[in-house]
Structures are given as structure tokens and as C-alpha cells.
Design a protein around this ligand. Sequence first.
Ligand code: TYD
Ligand code: MG
Length: 452
Amino acid sequence: MSKNLTKYVCQSCGYVSPRWIGKCPNCSEWNTFVEEVSAPVRASRKTGVTSKIEPVSFDQIEKEDVPRIKTMLNEFDRVLGGGLVPGSLVLLGGDPGIGKSTLMMQLAIALKDQAVLYVTGEESVRQIKLRAERLNAISAKNILLLAETNLDLILDVIDSGTPDLVIVDSIQTMFRPGLESAPGSVSQVRESAALLLRLAKTRGIPIFLVGHVTKEGAIAGPKVIEHMVDTVLQFEGEAHYAYRILRALKNRFGSTNEIGIFEMHDTGLREVLNPSEIFLSERNYGTSGSTVVASIEGSRPILVEVQALVTPTNYGMPQRTSTGFDYRRLALLLAVLEKRVGMNLGQQDVFVNVAGGIRIDEPAVDLGIAASIASSLRDIPVDSSSVAVGEIGLGGEIRTIGQIEKRVHEAAKLGFKRIIVPQHNLKTFKPNGEIEIIGVDRIEKAIEALIG
Ligand code: TYD
Ligand code: MG
């Protein structure tokens, strides 16, 4: 066997060193060096490069409408941008235990007319069968399982068969025997992904790579292959909630705004088709500190309850805790409430929570958060038939938000009587009378409209 050449490359600036060093002499970053091995080229594998290569002009390129494969999982198709693209390489990342293997197995089951090769490097075929039993799918004829981690052998299996879709669970367990580093190391993960990428492109087979996201060391995780793949999906959720959100972080074939919402049951993941109803189902009526907001996730409006609890600080520094909402944004809203509304929050602990375990990062929910805080402080419930939307500026003004029609319509659809919106939005928005609309320009007025 020819000798592998090992070098260490700084992931921050690209500086190359013959040995590992802690601090980069070029960019002074710490712990950025990772091993890279130039592997001997495998002779038996075709490279996919033809002998005649020529550049082309635009008019030489024929328009090609690639038919997308519908997966029958609507939420999944939505996130992919309308279905699976042949020859695409998709990375599915997420915390261990969140449900990645379950999602992939359900995808395989849903594609019942496609031959799916499910390569598992983490579980035995028996464990996979147990999962399939839970999903009530052991009769699925279109799925073939392969418990293997040697990528060269896996590629041979793919070459000799005719799969329509390949799932590799997980990319961190795969290794090429030609490389000396361990499975899961940067060079192994990158090399494996590169080979699978070539396979996807040359054979036109869509390939899913499952990757565990390690919280601490993102470098050795699937991050290193994000630039290679066509689509990066992230599966996320809070451990104590059944909701799972599928998000596209990168998508060469569609938008990255869409999310898919699932719920984990004992018989697998179920699509949540009307998220607002679910997120409001456990609402606490008549209690102070709760406001319903209309947030836009992707292209969809979702109504969610934002809660606040304000209690006097017993000793020392007042606490501020935020779940599902940006902590710094909370600090900003508290400052605005103090300065512009004259609320005294300096000796109060403030806890903010977005119900249902989802995370909202758009400023349109500012008003809802502020109203919940004011409501809890004064111990007066927010009008339970109202929804509030609006971004709050540092001067206490309520600023214009996007996609107002969708939000208003969703609130009306779910039976709310009133919606508080930024005054400026009413310049362009023509209400159709489905719900009472109240425009506000100042935070004080909004709070008055909501809690009187
Ligand atoms: P899994 O798909 O193995 O997670 P990952 O591949 O991301 O590590 O699923 C993890 C959890 O999901 C596991 O704790 C069991 C649970 N689960 C259900 O609640 N219902 C089900 O039908 C299945 C298959 C799993
Ligand atoms: Mg798994």
C-alpha cells in the first residue's frame, strides 16, 4: 500500500502544517487544526470524468425540468422545496435521539414505489426491524437493509444493485479502509461524503446522509461537509416535547424558509398539518401573562402562546430567563417597558416562555412578549379573544411587520375576535371584515388595548 500523506490544515485560515499545533501561527486561532490525508486513488472506481471536456455557453445548455419525487410526507416535501430532486445529496443533522432514523425510515416507507437502500452503521438490522415494527411497516417490500460501515463495500453494493434512493445512517460511522484516521474524523467524513456525492451525481440517485450534531465540537461533525451537499436539513425539538421541527438550513433546490412540523408518537412521527391548533390546545384562559401571537414560519402563519411570569426578586440580582425567545431581545423589551411605559421591573424576576417548545426568532412577536410581561406584572389577563403582532422599536413605537394578511387570516380562521397590528401596516393592508383590526403606533396604546 502506498504511504498516505498526512498534513494538518487550519480550518480558519487554511494554513498548512506538517504536524498538529494548538495555535495557528498565521491567524492566531486556537484548536483549528484538523488532520487531512491525501488518500491513494482507488483504481477500481470510475471517476465519472469523461476524456473530452469542453466549456459550454448558456444557449448550449438545454432546459431540463427535473421531475421531483413526491415523498407522500407533505411536511417533508415542503421543506425540500416540493419533493426530492434526483441526484441530490441531502444531509440530515440533529441531536442524538431526536428521531432522525425514525424520519428516514418513514421516508423509506412512504416511498413505496421506490427501491430504497438503508445503510445502517449504528444499529443492527434487527434493531431496525424493531423500529419498523413500531412503525407498522415490516411488510414494506421496497426497503433493503445493509448493516455495514466500510464505504468501499457499500459502494460496491450500490453499484451492483439499482436503488432509487440511498440512506446512509450515519455518515460519522462510515470509513474508507484506505485512510488511516478513525471513522468520524474530519478526513473520513469528508472523503466518504465526497464519494457519495460523486455517486449521487453520476447515477442520479438521491442520497440522504444522517449526521449527529455534536454540541461542543462542531468541527469534526457534519459541519465539514455542509458545503458539499445540496441540502442541509436540521431536525430539532425539545427533549420533553413531542414536537419536532424540520428546517432547511441550506437548499440548492428550494427556499430555506420552510419548516415541517411533526409530532413523535409511539408509532412514529406524525405530520402536524394545522400547527396553530396544536400550539394553542393547552392554552390557559383567564390567567395573566399569556398572549397569543401570529408568527410566520417559512411561508406559513402559526399562532403560538407566549407566556411571561413576573415575580418580585427575593434577594440579589433580578433573574431573567427566556425559553424559545432571544434573551437579548427580552432584555431590550424590558428596557423599553421601563423607560417608555414606566413599568418598574428592576426588582422583578422575569421568565418568558414560548409554549409548545418551539422557538420564535422574528421581531413580530415583540408585542406579544411585552403584553405578557405587562399582564403578569399587573396581574390582569390579556383579552383571550385577541391576537397581537408588532415589532417594538427602542422609542416604544410599534413598527411595521411583513406578511400581515396571512397573520390576520390565520387569527380569523381560528376564531379570534380581534387582532392588534402596527398602525403603519394598515396603510397598505385592506381588511375584509373577517376579524376586528386595531392599529396601534405606541406600546402604551397596544398594552391598553390588550389588558385595559
Ligand atoms: P431515533 O430515530 O432512533 O433517533 P436518532 O436517529 O435521531 O438518534 O428515535 C429516537 C427516539 O424516538 C427514541 O427515544 C424512541 C423514540 N420513538 C418514539 O417515541 N416512537 C417511535 O415510533 C419510534 C420509532 C421512536
Ligand atoms: Mg439514529
